[in-house]
Write a protein that binds this ligand. Structure first.
Ligand code: UD1
Length: 459
């Protein structure tokens, strides 16, 4: 099959593959977005499935030889990578519809997630828990530093040791084995709240002998979604969504069918998009309860958010404009770190001074220097950013440094005057489904360009 017209496949690392139904997602390393800002967005946006839920749910399919069917899996680069990991391990993945994956992990042939995959997607470490749990062995390359800090997995590994695993580091790989072939339930107390750590231990414990209690567990909606799937597969698990999760290990798990929850960070990003452009959006197929803290904070700064029905929000900037307000990122149910960059872009347009404190990740202010190049007044000191607004943003050439930083630059570009070019948008392709198409559908002037400037296409 030939690529879509207008796509330049150069010798850069494209790894571009058609999906089973012939659609393409462009994630050429050199792709750029060009945005001509200043247009208020108007219309209706549908929210996709949550990347951060689909990733652990796909990993959970490794826990059973039977078929697990997942619906509402977002068509984003990280999920393509996760699917490749499952296939490399020996699982069969069928995609009868674009967002449905039927995974059968019956003939697993290797227990290893190689460096090539882990380096592009840290969430590959989610293979550790299920492989160790079902087969008693797993080898996953240790993720290195990443753009938003060092991001160790020491807490995952300590917890596996608590469950009886022997863990060693060999040539950059984490090698974990259950000495008697099966993990043993235990009391796991996390020193720090960790989302993927909690998920990995949940998946490790469901097939362990006896009872596991996870204390100081993460409470994110994605944890509850994974728990729902595990329970459908036959796991005996209670307490997901609270800080204490109890799991009674079972001998084996079976197949299940499950639909992934809506992406709360995509929802928050589009709410900010409506507000920052002075537009009006209906954000549909979302789960407002999952972003209660974000909605509360955005209402505080002057965004009008009306709930039309259980999964639709109507959003616009209030008549009095935007007012600055401080925010601190915290584990769920408080304000999420994954909305910090987008909130910073919004605060550049608010009257007054806001202090944004990042408590989850070090080095997660890389978007600030790019926003400053567009005219924002932001001062960084340690884990705090002080934003003075409003600033008139003007289009500039900027570089995306990580997934959510990219989103904040798109938002800034949408409200800036003139043309903004964002380089390295492969970061945004990791987690936002057809973002160009979605923004265009509500009136944004945004396009994707390939390396040589030919118009690319997002399908
Ligand atoms: C997940 C999300 C990510 C989100 C983050 C925080 C996925 C795939 N990713 O990442 O989008 O930004 O939660 O909500 O779901 N830590 C350790 N040792 C560990 C594990 C974590 O020190 O073993 C630290 C981290 O460096 C960080 C904090 O704990 O400072 C929280 O990280 P964690 O919740 O684990 O983030 P992820 O699960 O990687």
């Amino acid at each position: 099959m030939s690529p879509p017209r207008g796509t330049v496949l150069s010798n850069v690392n494209t790894r571009q593959k058609p999906s089973p139904n012939g659609l393409f997602l462009l994630h050429d390393y050199m792709d750029k977005f060009v945005i001509r800002g200043g247009k208020p967005l108007k219309g209706r946006i549908e929210i996709s499935g949550a990347k951060n839920s689909a990733l652990p749910c796909l990993a959970a399919t490794l826990l059973t030889p039977e078929t697990v069917t997942l619906h509402n899996v977002p068509y984003v680069k990280d999920l393509i990578t996760q699917r490749r990991l499952l296939e490399d391990l020996g699982a069969t993945v069928l995609t009868p519809e674009l967002r449905t994956h039927k995974v059968t992990a019956k003939n697993i042939q290797t227990y290893e997630a190689p460096y090539e995959l882990v380096k592009t997607m840290r969430a590959s470490v989610l293979a550790l828990g299920p492989l160790l749990s079902r087969f008693g062995k797993a080898k996953v390359s240790l993720p290195g530093g990443c753009a938003i800090g060092t991001r160790p997995i020491d807490l995952h590994l300590k917890a596996f040791e608590k469950l009886g695993a022997e863990v060693s580091l060999e040539s950059g790989d984490v090698v974990a084995t259950a000495p008697k072939g099966r993990l043993v339930g235990a009391d796991v107390q996390f020193e720090k709240v960790t989302v993927t750590g909690t998920e990995n231990v949940m998946m490790a414990a469901v097939l362990a002998a006896g009872k596991t209690t996870i204390r100081n567990a993460a409470r994110e909606p994605e944890i509850e979604d994974l728990a729902d799937l595990l329970i459908k597969m036959g796991a005996r698990l209670t307490g997901a969504g609270t800080d204490t999760i109890e799991i009674e290990g079972v001998e084996g798990l079976g197949g299940a069918e499950h639909s992934i929850i809506p992406d709360r960070i995509e929802t928050g990003t589009f709410i900010v998009a409506a507000a920052i452009t002075g537009g009006e959006l209906e954000v549909s197929k979302c789960e407002p309860e999952h972003i209660a803290a974000v909605i509360e904070q955005l209402e505080r700064v002057g965004v009008e958010i009306e709930q039309l029905d259980e999964s639709t929000l109507k959003v616009r900037q209030g008549g009095d404009g935007l007012k600055a307000s401080d925010v601190t990122t915290e584990p769920h149910p408080l304000f999420p770190t994954d909305m910090q960059a987008q909130y910073m872009a919004l605060m550049t347009q608010a009257e007054g001074t806001s202090t944004i404190t990042e408590t989850i990740f070090e080095n997660r202010f890389m978007h600030a220097s790019e926003l400053i190049r567009m005219g924002a007044d932001i001062a960084i000191s340690g884990n705090q950013a002080v934003v003075r607004g409003p600033s008139k943003l003007t289009g500039a050439r900027v570089i995306a440094s990580d997934l959510r930083a990219s989103a904040s630059l798109v938002l800034a570009g949408l409200c800036a005057s003139g043309e903004t070019t964002i380089d390295r948008v492969y970061h945004i392709d990791r987690g936002y489904e057809t973002i160009v198409r979605k923004f265009k559908s509500v009136g944004a002037d945004i396009e994707r360009l390939t390396e040589h400037g030919a118009g690319g296409r997002e399908t």
